[in-house]
Design a protein around this ligand. Structure first.
Ligand SMILES: [Zn+2]
Length: 423
């Protein structure tokens, strides 16, 4: 990707053995520093190591020894954030692979997908459910630069009810016992225990499956799984540890119960009606719609990829996809960007922008959902989501103006994550 007239100053070699900070100077024709503000014209952005240190109008001269990146007339904008990915899986994976593939294979698949995701412009992702240590290993690998990929905020295994979405289902009971990840819970006490266990294991966020889900072999529909007392225990325990909770939820009853318990974000939210969304609004709950997931399952329906149990559940959802986004906007519920990549091919994450616009967000709101709004949900608004001095050097460049046409975000030309250029 290193194709934009990069000029390494002749003095660079002299600095090689010293402890000098590395400086990178970027020229771009247009810069969106913050999705809530209009783009500014030709600008110079200076990076020192992994931090943005200056944003100045026009083209200012690079200091001696700086690496220079000239992006021409491209638009430079904050690195994108996807709040719902599954890096360790690919679409159409047979559920029986869980009984064959070791967790280590998930790390290999995840390393492949982390690189693909970064090159699609996503410099931070929230890993929404994986085997015990796979996402944590990937998180460490992209943080120290051993593998190319985004910053990873990782949940690890999801908490679920026994036999619910998120538990291992579809096998004999003795096989379930072998494959069990250890995160099902029954009753408030055990659910609190499992939150603490996830925290001890290294979770950055607690993921729960609050209702049935489409792609599991459980055949009990898409409504609520946990009791309100269990949801309350999960939310209170997580918050006491400084962790947020993300709840997979489709049915309106399960969404309402999750929001009422203080869970921080509803993932999918397919059947959220006005009464449900009013509870979310009152509680400050975010909606993460994952519209691309439904594109993925729509493309695979009727092709012998899914079991009959799953196909039935897919058909329950498709007529309602996107309606919750329109209603959420009307009622003032914050919509944050997440795709469920892994249900569709990793790297197509940017397709979510056009779907958000299709269901009523403006291009500016869609971009905010993947930058400032997503950063706020992660409690990282002073680290990522804007181009400003002091922020992590996470930026992408695209041709065209994404505030006029969000499809510009589907083809990202240049990526910098934590000061490192993907090349
Ligand atoms: Zn998911």
């Amino acid at each position: 990707m290193r194709k934009f007239g990069m000029v390494a100053a002749a003095t660079l070699a002299l600095l090689g053995t010293t402890a000098h900070a590395k400086t990178t100077v970027i020229y771009a024709g247009r810069v969106i520093t913050d999705a809530s503000k209009p783009a500014q014209g030709p600008s110079t952005v200076t990076i020192t190591d992994d931090r943005i240190t200056a944003v100045t109008p026009g083209r200012t001269e690079a200091p001696a020894g700086a690496e220079v990146v000239d992006l021409g007339d491209r638009t430079l904008l904050p690195g994108l954030i996807d709040l719902h990915v599954h890096l360790t899986g690919d679409p159409g994976d047979d559920y029986r692979a869980a009984s064959v593939d070791p967790d280590e294979w998930g790390v290999v698949v995840g390393a492949k997908n982390a690189a693909i995701t970064l090159r699609a412009g996503f410099t931070t992702v929230r890993e929404a459910g994986s085997a015990q240590y796979t996402a944590y290993a990937l998180r460490r690998g992209t943080a120290n630069g051993f593998i190319e990929g985004p910053r990873i905020v990782a949940a690890g295994p999801a908490l679920s009810i026994i036999g619910g979405h998120g538990d291992v289902t579809g096998f004999r009971e003795d096989v379930h016992a072998v494959l069990d990840q250890g995160y099902t819970c029954t009753g408030p006490l055990e659910c609190a225990e499992k939150v603490r266990k996830a925290s001890r294991a290294g979770a950055d966020v607690i993921k729960i499956t609050a209702t049935g889900g489409v792609l599991s072999q459980q055949a009990r529909g898409l409504e609520g799984h946990f009791t309100s007392a269990e949801l309350q225990s999960i939310a209170d325990t997580a918050h006491s540890l400084g962790l947020k909770v993300m709840a997979h939820a489709h049915g309106a009853g399960g969404i309402t119960a999750s929001a009422a318990a203080g869970i921080d974000s509803i993932e999918h939210g397919t059947f959220a009606d006005d009464a449900t969304l009013k509870v979310m609004k009152a509680k400050g709950t975010y909606l993460v719609p994952t519209l691309m997931a439904f594109e993925g399952i729509r493309e695979r329906l009727g092709k012998g990829i899914y079991t009959p149990t799953v196909e039935d559940k897919v058909r329950m959802t498709l007529n309602d996809v996107g309606k919750a986004v329109t209603r959420a906007k009307a009622l003032g519920v914050p919509v944050a960007f997440g795709t469920d990549a892994g249900v569709f091919e990793h790297g197509r994450n940017g397709g979510e922008f056009a779907l958000l616009v299709k269901y009523g967000l403006t291009p500016q709101e869609a971009l905010a959902s993947a930058t400032t709004v997503a950063a706020k949900l992660l409690s990282m608004e002073n680290e990522i989501g804007r181009i400003a001095p002091g922020m992590s050097a996470d930026m992408v460049a695209v041709s065209g103006d994404p505030l006029a046409d969000v499809s510009a975000l589907e083809k990202v030309d240049w990526v910098m994550a934590r000061g490192r250029i993907a090349d």
